[in-house]
Design a protein around this ligand. Structure first.
Ligand SMILES: Nc1ncnc2c1ncn2[C@@H]1O[C@H](COP(=O)(O)OP(=O)(O)O)[C@@H](O)[C@H]1O
Ligand SMILES: [Mg+2]
Length: 329
């Protein structure tokens, strides 16, 4: 069995706001195994980004604060690290790629210089060597004519090309895990597919591990070995990808999957479309019950009065639902 690179246990992270305390992450537990691509999926606002930023300690603290739990990176407690210690981990041990490459890249600096800056920060290389490495890494992320791209500014590149540069920058520090938060969300579908294939290929070639976040279920299905489904700051389901997509156990996952369009019209007719009522409730001062109860067609009194724990209903398949596994659900 592969080693766990990250172990997250009962993580709670909240923000103090004028409206009250926003409980963005409530009792989240999972581990990331060496070499895997672990996907996190869920609607906007469910806590995917805050969870991943906890691992990098990039949430603003204050107003954000850890309200409980632990994050262990190769056995070391992340929640106890100082800013200085985190600077040695970020980008070097744990890399990251975010959604919008335009805001993450420096518009006033050439692509080459931005990549080289990371090498220079690591020290010990001559200028020639640094340039050679920067060109190598541009080639590695599938950028043709690296010599030309090296001299260009971010605005001269297409969206897909900019995201490749971001991936290149993330790779320079040789991190053992990369957190990718919606890295393809702002791209066209064909470019998105190319970037997903690039990330997969790099994982295989370099033995990388990813925590891959997206709100698009088909994207997460395509790239992930295992998938976590989040709803309002909690993990509602966690399993191998194939198993999760063929046997979703949580009513919320079933709703999400029933809304993916299917290419085959025969399947579309057979597929049960589940409709849910209501809006996503507010994460401010949430009730201590199942977060999905208000919108769930199967909710009982128990669901509205107690928080269901994550339980292993089948080997490796976890679900946080009082009623999952009952006939007809
Ligand atoms: N700096 C902040 N201050 C207050 N609330 C925040 C802050 N950052 C995130 N949140 C809240 O935390 C919740 C989770 O947000 P986020 O993790 O960004 O969602 P996702 O990435 O799944 O779309 C949301 O309700 C969001 O409004
Ligand atoms: Mg997000």
């Amino acid at each position: 069995m592969a080693e766990n690179i990250l172990e997250i246990r009962n993580l709670r992270f909240s923000f103090r706001t004028y409206g009250g305390i926003v409980q963005s992450v409530r009792d989240v537990s999972f581990e990331v195994r060496e070499g895997e691509i672990l996907g996190i999926v869920g609607e906007s606002g469910c806590g995917k980004s805050v969870t991943s930023q906890c691992i990098l300690r990039l949430n603003p603290e204050p107003p954000g604060f850890f309200a409980g739990g632990s994050i262990k990176y190769r056995g070391e407690e992340i929640t106890a690290k100082s800013d200085r210690e985190m600077r040695k981990i970020r980008g070097v041990e744990i890399g990251f790629i975010f959604q919008d490459p335009m805001t993450s890249l420096n518009p006033t600096m050439t692509v080459g210089k931005q990549i080289e800056e990371v090498f220079v920060g690591r020290g010990g290389l001559s200028r020639r060597e640094v340039k050679k490495r920067a060109l190598e890494i541009l080639r590695l992320v599938g950028i043709n004519e690296p010599e030309r791209r090296y001299k260009q500014y971010p605005h001269e590149l297409s969206g897909g090309m900019k995201q490749r540069v971001m991936i290149a920058i993330a790779l320079v520090g040789k991190p053992s895990i990369i957190i990718a938060d919606e890295p393809t969300t702002s791209l066209d579908v064909t470019i998105e597919a190319q970037i997903l294939d690039l990330l997969k290929g790099l994982r295989d070639a370099m033995g990388l591990t990813y925590l891959f976040i997206a709100h698009d279920l088909s994207v997460v299905k395509y790239i992930s070995d295992r998938v976590i489904v989040m709803y309002l700051g909690t993990v509602v389901e966690f399993s191998d990808t194939e198993e999760l997509y063929t046997n979703p156990l949580h009513p919320y996952t079933q709703v999400l999957l029933s809304s993916i369009p299917v290419a085959d019209p025969r399947q579309a007719r057979e597929k049960k479309r589940i409709m849910i009522q209501g809006e996503i409730p507010s994460p401010i001062n949430p009730k201590d019950c199942c977060r999905f109860a208000e919108r769930c067609p199967y909710a009982t009194d128990a669901c509205k009065s107690s928080l269901p724990p994550l339980r292993e209903l089948k080997p490796g398949h976890f679900v946080a639902c009082h009623r999952a596994g009952e006939a007809g659900i």
